[in-house]
Design a protein around this ligand. Structure first.
Ligand code: DAT
Ligand code: MG
Length: 149
């Protein structure tokens, strides 16, 4: 079963949106297999966003991610990587559709509330970066036959 790394950024936590955001993934039907609130070290934030390290916004992005606690999660389900990106919405909240997390709650790209892995390879590397091997909890929801044909 596919897994994606999802992180509620400091603004999502500070604004009291943790419950709402988790609820959107739950009610969609995805399965939560990893969850922790944590302060992020500069090293971890820089590693997570290493692909952007030459970009002008990199330092501001890292400063933002380490400025207050985040909620890190792993969600599981068929197509969860692409589906989570749709639930999250476009990177710039101004372009994100209403009904998406960024579209409903965000105003600027530098405070866009949430991260979601963008492809199977990045999901795998991000889950390995953020969660210790063995700390994830595999379980079979009893409602699975009502979610999957
Ligand atoms: P996403 O988070 O949708 O995967 P991304 O990987 O392109 O987007 O960029 C990572 C984060 O960096 C993004 O959530 C917000 C920030 N960012 C991206 N482009 C930016 C820009 N032009 N100015 C400021 N921040 C930016
Ligand atoms: Mg990205």
């Amino acid at each position: 079963m596919e897994r994606s790394f999802i992180m509620i950024k400091p603004d999502g936590v500070q604004r009291g949106l943790v419950g709402d955001i988790i609820s959107r993934f739950e009610t969609k039907g995805f399965t939560l297999v990893g969850l922790k609130q944590m302060s992020v070290s500069r090293d971890l934030a820089e590693a997570h966003y290493a692909v952007h390290k030459e970009r002008p916004f990199f330092k501001g992005l890292v400063d933002y991610i380490i400025s207050a606690p985040v909620v890190s999660m792993v969600w599981e389900g068929d197509g969860v990587i692409a589906s989570a990106r749709k639930l999250i919405g476009a990177t710039n909240p101004v372009e994100a559709e209403p009904g998406t997390i960024r579209g409903d709650y965000g105003i600027t790209i530098g405070r866009n509330l949430i991260h979601g892995s963008d492809a199977p390879e990045t999901a795998k590397s991000e889950i390995e970066l953020w969660f210790d091997e063995g700390s994830l909890c595999s379980w079979e929801p009893t409602m699975k036959p009502w979610l999957y044909e």
